[in-house]
Design a protein around this ligand. Structure first.
Ligand code: AMP
Ligand code: MG
Length: 428
């Protein structure tokens, strides 16, 4: 299916066409911690109750609540201390009337006990840390305990046989913790996509090498690789292809083992580069103009690997800001889909722009801005200076993109606009 180069399509239409090509990757089983950030591929069922036994939530004395009824500081109840129980041990004797066991947080409740009186409500002498307990043989209780006081009951957190966490959940630190608490050491998660990244152009130079006159360093491969890694993918740098059929063809073939190939540059209209020809010859590809700024030219298609597998290919524009913004809008959702996630939509806010944002050519304008919170709780957006699609520092200074609609010619200072948050963690 080929779309005419002249047809302008919306961001949503381009994304829809791209995403229809992707589905989640097969699952892999891996150690719990290594699965952080990946999506659970199976329901996890509790192999036992959590907590496995009734246990104490406080350091104190396990008692029969009835023995403490009516106790006050003036009229304490005196109980016989028949044992001392640390967490990790079980007290097997039954507590009889008038008896208590000195017990540490997490230790299982001794049989016959039904409440815990915290040390603070007894005559337990205040000790310095590390000082050994003073065993007096008895304890005075200053306050009556209700039955069940200070007990963490068996299965109050998780019941054996219940689904603790459902397939589809992203593994966050708390999921890792819950699984560890159930003794689960490995989980099945959808595999991370490997993304092969190729820069094209005779002028592009690998960072670290000397820069010849007229040349520029390769920004795109690195910014896109960083985005891939941040999305949870595994970037594989293919290097730089010269604008020759042989070099481009060879480099693309090196990338065919990946789950996706991302190239940058050579996709503009009227481009003299050979990129378009080679892309079209090595696979099927559509060249689109998307109604957005920056990043209007975009290519999407698929190469065929030697084993017959179709490897999707996203062709980003060459300008460094355009390639990052286009990856953000099209590459990131594709990666999320392969990871089994559908939450790729960035959060948006309404913010008051303090700059004029002009938008004269009928495209959606993703200007780089910095969003901050005012004293009254209102969000403000400030542009990050010149917005040329080659000015990569405009991206580095930003934590958000404006979403100026296609049909809005300008937003004036004081107007409320929509902003799409790229980064909550780091305000530059
Ligand atoms: P093109 O799409 O080939 O017309 O490239 C558009 C602009 O992006 C040109 O100024 C290129 O030099 C620049 N460009 C292309 N690839 C890269 C890259 N990997 N890193 C930095 N700039 C690039
Ligand atoms: Mg070029």
């Amino acid at each position: 299916m080929t779309f005419p180069v002249s047809a302008m399509i919306s961001v949503e239409e381009a994304r829809g066409r791209i995403l229809s090509f992707f589905s989640r990757l097969p699952a892999e089983r891996k150690p719990l911690l290594d699965a952080l950030g990946q999506v659970l591929a199976e329901d996890v069922v509790a192999p036992f109750d959590l907590p496995p036994l009734d246990n104490t939530a406080m350091d104190g004395y396990a008692v029969r609540a009835a023995d403490t009824t009516g106790a006050t500081e003036a009229a304490p109840r005196t109980l016989r201390v028949i044992g001392d129980l640390a967490a990790g041990y079980v007290y097997e004797r039954e507590i009889g009337p008038g008896e208590a066991v000195r017990i540490m947080t997490g230790a299982p409740m001794p049989p016959g006990s039904d409440a815990v009186v915290p040390f603070e409500e007894t005559d337990e002498p205040l000790r310095e840390p590390g000082e050994l307990p003073v065993k007096t043989g008895e304890v005075q209780v200053f306050k009556g305990a209700e039955p069940a006081a200070n007990i963490r009951f068996r299965a109050e957190d998780v019941q054996q046989g219940s689904t603790v966490i459902q397939a589809g959940r992203v593994m966050r630190p708390s999921e890792v913790g819950v699984f560890a608490s159930l003794g689960v050491a490995e989980v099945a998660v959808y595999r991370r996509p490997v993304v092969a990244i190729l820069s094209t152009g005779d002028e592009i130079t690998e960072p670290g090498k000397p820069l010849l006159p007229g040349r520029i360093y390769d920004a795109n491969a690195y910014s896109v690789a960083a985005l891939v890694r941040k999305c949870g993918g595994i970037p594989k740098l293919l290097g730089i292809a010269r604008d020759t059929v042989e070099d481009l063809t060879a480099k693309i073939r090196e990338g065919l083992a990946a789950d996706m190939i991302v190239t940058s540059a050579g996709v503009s209209r009227g481009d003299f580069d050979v990129v378009k020809d080679v892309l079209a010859r090595e696979g099927s590809i559509d060249f689109w103009t998307v109604r957005m700024k920056p990043g209007k030219p975009l290519a999407f298609g698929a190469f065929t690997a030697p084993d017959g597998r179709r490897v999707p290919h996203l062709g980003l524009p060459g300008n460094p800001v355009s390639s990052m913004v286009a990856f953000e809008l099209f590459g990131r959702p594709a990666l999320f889909t392969m990871l089994g996630r559908d939450d790729w939509e960035r959060p948006t806010l309404r913010a008051i722009t303090r700059d004029e944002v002009r938008n004269t050519d009928g495209r959606r304008f993703y200007a780089r801005c910095i969003v901050t919170k005012g004293d009254e709780g209102q969000w403000y957006a400030d542009l990050t200076g010149p917005q040329g699609s080659g000015i990569l520092t405009s991206m580095s200074a930003a934590n958000a993109l404006t979403v100026i609609p296609e049909d809005l010619a300008a937003a004036q200072p004081g107007d409320e606009i929509t902003v799409m948050m790229l980064d909550w963690e780091h305000a530059p």
